[in-house]
Ligand binder design. Structure first.
Ligand code: LLP
Length: 425
């Protein structure tokens, strides 16, 4: 079910009219639906029903405190990849035993932070990292649960920048080396080997790569157990894709994904963790912008919006498709004509889409981008000195600003001028 629908010709987020939010916070802004976030979490939780499991929301997708608090209240765990994410998760109310630490370059400081603050497990990505964690844990006099992230050499069939399970990718260790690495892990003080971790990529639109990877993990579980390791937890990563282009994409549902998990690793008696990010937050959010100008060019016209690549970088970075449509519903007989939709940033890369069929749009019209709840606000920057845009959370017929738009002074005052430059004209 979609919580961003036209009601009487006006786009709503749940029961709130988008123009009402625009009038209150100004454009551009991100808006998220509590009902959609909740529903998506629940879909995963239900998909693993009957298995001992924890859905660890990959907060890199959307790490706003309100979104995290909502996830924590639903009973989720959380997957973090930096000291900053760990701190955000704790601040939002996640206890240490619900925080999984992933990432290829964890520093000693980050290890100390999590070991003193509490952690469910570390997902180890290399031998040197394993040795470092052992040293830190020993020094602090604690024993830390670990899994080792294996690279099953599976083609996730996704964009090259977000595929992680091939042997050439920087993540994890080759599955062929796993038995040796686990042997070494078992000898290191301060580490308690409890499981295996795998994550093969993001925006996967087929189940087959998951199935292949999880079968390899099942096989490795048996091998490691026969080597004497007590493998009792499997972290199966995230990656299930969402429909960005609704007209011709229908990725598998969490229920189907849950069946793959059951079929491949269900018999092993392990506790299952999954780390979905995009599917929980992606279609729970819109980016809303205003049209600054409609510019007629030679052979092609341009819709110039007040949102830009610094607010939503996915089209520029991954050539990603986002559904873009007017907040006021077009007339039934409206004629669609191709147009380039761009932002005001001074580079050609600041193009959201080329030659997209759009109904007539005029300056001042509000435009919405679908599927912007994941990897939207979190990847934004202040390029061109454009302050970060606000985030709004809708809940039924109410909305709250969950990150305010900074002032220009806030932005400028983060810089400082060294004394030797003071007073120079
Ligand atoms: N677990 C690990 C270890 C990950 O690296 C990721 C995503 C996830 C879980 C969550 O994957 P998801 O369920 O969201 O697909 N910025 C890119 C996506 C980068 C994904 C990075 N890792 C984009 O905008 O498409």
């Amino acid at each position: 079910m979609d919580h961003f629908l036209y009601q009487n010709g006006v786009l709503h987020a749940e029961e709130v009219a988008i123009p009402e939010i625009a009038a209150s916070v100004g454009t551009p802004f991100y808006v998220y639906s509590t009902a959609t976030l909740t529903r998506h979490y629940q879909l995963f939780d239900d998909a693993l029903d009957g298995m001992d499991h924890l859905v660890c929301y990959a907060m890199k997708a959307n790490s706003n405190q309100a979104v995290l608090r909502l996830m924590a209240s639903l009973g989720a765990g959380v997957d973090v990849v930096s000291g900053g994410e760990y701190r955000r998760a704790r601040a939002a109310g996640f206890s240490g035993d619900r925080i999984v630490f992933s990432g290829v370059g964890k520093t000693v400081e980050e290890m100390e932070l999590a070991l003193t603050g509490g952690i469910r497990q570390f997902n180890i990505e290399s031998e040197p990292e394993m040795v470092a964690l052992s040293e830190v844990a020993s020094r602090l006099g604690v024993s830390v649960p670990i899994t080792v992230r294996v690279k099953p050499d599976v083609d996730a069939k996704t964009h090259e920048k977000i595929a992680t399970g091939k042997s050439e990718n920087k993540f994890g260790i080759p599955i062929a080396k796993a038995r040796d690495v686990y042997r070494q892990a078992a000898t290191l003080p301060g580490l308690e080997v409890i499981g295996i971790d795998v994550h093969i990529g993001s925006q996967l639109t087929e189940l087959e790569p998951f199935e292949t990877a999880y079968l390899k993990v099942a096989e490795l579980t048996e091998e490691l157990r026969s080597d004497g390791h007590d493998i009792r937890r499997l972290d199966l990563g995230g990656g299930l894709g969402i429909p960005y282009e609704r007209s011709n994409e229908a990725p598998p549902l969490p229920t189907d994904y849950g069946e793959v998990v059951r079929r491949t690793v269900g018999h092993l008696g392990c506790e299952i963790e999954i780390e979905p990010g995009r599917l929980i937050a992606g279609n729970a959010g819109l980016l809303v912008a205003s049209t600054i100008y409609v510019k007629e060019g030679e052979g092609r016209d341009f819709l110039i919006l007040d949102a830009a690549m610094n607010d939503l970088i996915r089209p520029a970075m991954y050539s990603a498709f986002h559904d873009i449509f007017p907040v006021i519903e077009p007339d039934a007989g409206a004629e669609y004509a191709p147009i380039d939709i761009v932002g005001p940033v001074c580079e050609t890369g600041d193009t959201f889409t080329r030659q997209r069929p759009m109904p007539p749009v005029e300056a001042g019209d509000l435009i919405a981008f679908r599927s912007a709840g994941a990897y939207g606000a979190v990847m934004s920057s202040e390029y061109n000195s454009r302050p970060l845009i606000p985030e709004v959370l809708v809940h039924g017929d109410q909305f709250d600003v969950i990150r305010a738009r900074p002032t220009y002074e806030d932005m400028i005052n983060r810089d400082s001028i060294p004394a030797w430059l003071e007073g120079l004209d």
